[in-house]
Design a protein around this ligand. Sequence first.
Ligand code: KE4
Length: 429
Amino acid sequence: MLTDMDSSQLFQRAQQLMPGGVNSPVRAFRSVGGAPFFTQSANGARLTTADGVELIDFVCTWGPAIHGHNDPDIRAAVATALEHGTSFGTPNPYEVEMAELIVELVPSVEKVRMCNSGTEATMSAIRLARGYTGRDKIIKFAGCYHGHVDSLLVKAGSGALTLGNPDSAGIPASFAAETIVLDYNDAEGLQRVFSDHGDEIAAIIVEPYPANCGLILPDAGYLERLRETCTAHGSLLIFDEVMTGFRVAAGGVQERVGITPDLTALGKIIGGGLPVGALGGRAEIMDYLAPLGPVYQAGTLSGNPLAMAAGIASLKKLQQQDPYPLFEQLGAQIRDTLLDAAAAKGLPLQVPQVGSMFALFFSESPVRNFGDATGTATDRFSQLFHHALEHGVYLPPSAYETCFLCTAHDGDAIERAAEVLAEGIQSIR
Ligand code: KE4
């Protein structure tokens, strides 16, 4: 029985059946070394592995588990929806309620199209931007990851960067040629490209707070500059808030900074742990999507009732609980613990943190872009990762990811994790 096997037995079997034994590369621990554990169950802030080990989880299934794992309200909502079937392939009431919630919570969104992953959301966003503007070129930023979209797997972050192939094989040069890659926080470079190519650029797509090469925060005025430049040249501004949407604020980064993108890609939290993505924006642009307009976009399971029910429960819980002040407090607590431990050890460490998101860069100076991030001491991150894992704390298995907090971390979980991480920093050689 598979359920009787421990992680190493499962991994051995998995490697015969799936490339690298995983269904998503970053899970393979290739950058931190060692073999991945397999998770048997998850509750609140903890995972239980196939080896019976409990781990305080700072990955939160890469973002969706903002209320903690196996949240009772989400579980109940899925159970209720399940009684009426799993998928209809027709419009259904859940989709309407989800769209209403997104329109209500995300300032710039007037219309929504549901899909099944963040990748589909960003892929649809750039196709829509090209269809709406009649232009071909897209600007992205080195280290930003927008899912495994052909034309966006250029100098990408997350698993691509972790595995050292930020430019994936299999992408025709002709595709990549339409993608211009700039450095995040480089206002001069942005200016230059737009003065050379301004009228060819369909859109800028950006993680407003890049969180796939660690966590990078914008220089003052930088996001505003992206907005002004797009407006001046008739290009669209696409915020990829698959990760930050509903996480750093109910309305994402755009609510925090008061900037209105033209399109927003969403995912993760709006599925409550089930497969989901969404594209939203100004009605005038969204109406270019089929069946109204000429830009085709579709999906068998888009808006499926189970993912919608889970996501609706998750969003409503955020509205009821307003956990964002708690996240600011928990995030600052873990950040300060890490910085104090590093200072005591005389170890250079940066801990960028915004609400429930934080990252660790072993670096003398703040990380402002991809080049800075790849110049940090990632071997020290790997040492901390393994110390933490051996002591019951699971950090993302790559220095080029971001840690997530959930409401269930509040209390003993964050206290214990802070202790373990402080000890881990002391043990770094
Ligand atoms: P998915 O296709 O994985 O649902 O979403 C792609 C995506 C798009 N945009 C942003 C900003 C993202 O962070 C992601 C996916 N995030 C990674 C974690 N860094 C997913 C983890 C994985 O690839 O296994």
